[in-house]
Each structure stands twice: as C-alpha cells, then as structure tokens.
Ligand binder design. Sequence first.
Ligand code: HSE
Length: 433
Amino acid sequence: MAFKIGLLGLGTVGTATAEILLNPQKRHPLLQEIEIQRVGVRSPDKSRDVQLPPDIITTDLEAIVSDSSIDIVVELLGGLEPARSLILKAISHHKHVVTANKAVISRYGSEIFSAASQAGVYVLIEAAVGGGIPVIQPLKHSLSANRINRILGIVNGTTNYILTEMAAEGSDFADVLAEAQQLGYAEADPTADVDGFDAADKIVILAETAFGEQVELEDVHREGIGKVSALDIGYAERLGFAIKLLAIAQDSPATPDSLEVRVHPTLVPKDHPLASINGVNNAILVEGEPIGQVMFFGPGAGGGATASAVVSDIMNIAGILQTCGRTETPHPLLSTAPQQQCSVTPMEKLVTRFYARILCVDYPGVIGSLGTCFGRHDVSLESIVQIDFQNGLAEIVVVTHDVREGNFRSALDEIRNLDAINNVSIPSVLRVL
Ligand code: HSE
C-alpha cells in the first residue's frame, strides 16, 4: 500500500525531506511505501538541488491540500500565512498533516488540533522544536507514564552560538552577532533569534505537549540576549556559571494551578547538564516523576536534521494507516487532544535566584547599605562582592538565594533611589538556575 505525500515548500527542509523520500535504500522499509505525489512551490523556475519530475511541481498550493489522491500534506513553507490556512484546509479535506511550522503551531495549535480531532486526522510536529532532536514524540510516547514537572532547554542555536563565542573570545554581543551574520549562522534580521521569539514559540509547543494544557504565546515572559555583556559572562564564569538562553516551562511552586513559562538568559551552574551545551546545538532537559532527568541533545536546525524529524512523522502516520487503516478514533499517543487553557504564573510571583551587577560610588559601608536594603525586602543574599572598578565606580556583584521576583525588583527600585548610595546604576539583572 503506497502513501501519497503532498509537499508544500521546497526550501532547505523541503529539499532535504524530498531527498530522504527519494532515497529509501538502507533506511526503514516503510519508506519504500511513501511516494511524493505533488510538490507545491512559490517560484517554479528556481533551480533546485533535488531531482523531481517537473509535472508534479505546481504553484497551486490549494490544489494540493484538496487533492483526493493525497494522504499526508507536509507543510514546510514557514511563516503564518498561507501556511495556517493550508493546514486547516488540508484537515478539512481529511488529510493528515506533518509540519515544521513552530510559528503557526505556537499561535494556532489549539484551533488546528481541535480541527484535526474532529476530522479524525493526525497533525504531527516533531520538526517544529529542536530540529532533528526527537523530543515531541518521546514526550507523547516514551515518557507518557511520567508526571512532567519541568522542561528546560536551549532551543535556539543562533543565540547559543553567540553566547558560546562571547564566552570563548571575551567579545561583546554586537561583535559576535556581526561575525555570526558574516558566517551565515545568524540571519540578516536576527530579531526572532536574539530577542527570544523563536525560543518562545518552541517553549509554548513543548509546554503544551508535556503538560497537556494550552499556553498563550503572549503569556510567555521573553527576554533576549542583547543585553548580556562580555563582562557578565566573565563574572558568571568566575562565580561558577555559564550564561545560556533558557526556555523553561515548569510547575509553579508559588501558584499550584499555574505553569511558569519563560525565556531569558540564565546563569547556569557549570555542573548542570545544560551548561556544557555549546555552539549551534540544542538540548532539552525533561524532568518527570518517577523518571528523574532525561536530556535530548543534537542539531536544532539545518535541512537534513529537520527533515529527519519530518520524515519520522510521515512514517509514524504511514505505519498507523498501514496497520489500522483510517479510523475515526486516532491513536491516543500520536494525536493531540483538545486542551484546556493554562494559567501562567505572573513573573512577580516567580521564586528564583538572581544575579545583579551594581555600579555606585565607593564608600565605607556601601555593601552594608545594599545588604540592609535587600533585607528590608526579604531578599536573602548568597554572596555580595565588590569585584572591580568601572570608570571610578565600585562594581558590586550580588547573587541571591531563592527570592520572590517581585521582592527583588522592589529592592532594586529602592536601591536606585537610596540617598545613601550615590551614582547608582544596575546594568545587569539575570536569573540564576
Ligand atoms: N533559527 C533557529 C535557531 C532555528 O537558531 O535555532 C530554527 O528554529
């Protein structure tokens, strides 16, 4: 029995997906049952790195999603539209869908999965998070016996590359970004990566998969890496930390019916498994009960790696169709059930450790004044050290114990306005894992 694919998009991932499907030798035998029926592209005359019969290529993307001969639509166009509409249209025509589109799934996942559930089709999204790293299917299948408490990951390769280079070279963000753009590691417009938008999309998808609740993208607290300085990376290193852009979703101890979902640069203790993930790699650490910690590591982007995830989703669907045929009841470990809306903990209620770098006029007792002010706001300090001078000002680095974020911010506001401390500025505030 052959399964017919309608492929939307023949960019880097689409081309790599077609290459796998056209070369099934020495791969799983099920691949031999999968055929590319039609391919939808926006620019038919563009030269391609993959050999496909010209008569299966079309610019009529709508015709593909409604083609009765097609079983599985593979959406690799990227962007919000027409991708979202084409996915919904494919579902309405009872096609199964495989997509790598994190932007669409993080915003419209609920609408898409509800439509899929009603139509009795699968929408699989392994390639939307972590490129080639299997994490969505393991969360749904292999870890399904566990209560997941926390997912934290390095899910953006560009920012991890930049932070790794900053640490290795002692260079500042802007210089490393410019170099990464020259080398093709960072986009000409790096906003989605460096400001944490890409990681926010991915943590929404991971949170929804792991916790089975719908997370609104706008509820996710997001900070990028633009304000991380070489100085902070150096101090973090001396204190025993690496700075990483972490995407975190976890049960909230402060508000038991809520989840914490956030993306921000974080000081990670050097003996933590995520501290040693360097360069463009991604890693996702899942913590559950009873399993403990499981970490997934690998290439988070790239045509071949992402195509590996896309084709595994296609094969999952083909395998089910081959053994069960088309059924009204989707496989419960493969489908995504409609989800209830999740409440996300406001950041002021977060309980975490902080690192802050404070500049102020040096005088006897300044550290005491700072300590007293933190104490007034119930902020307990793990360490407070005067490390250096910058332009004649004392540079004081503070690391707290676990504190309520709201209290810490109030303490910083008071410090900025304390008469006893002159010329105070707080160039860096970062959370500590
Ligand atoms: N731009 C992303 C990254 C890959 O740098 O990891 C695609 O999600």
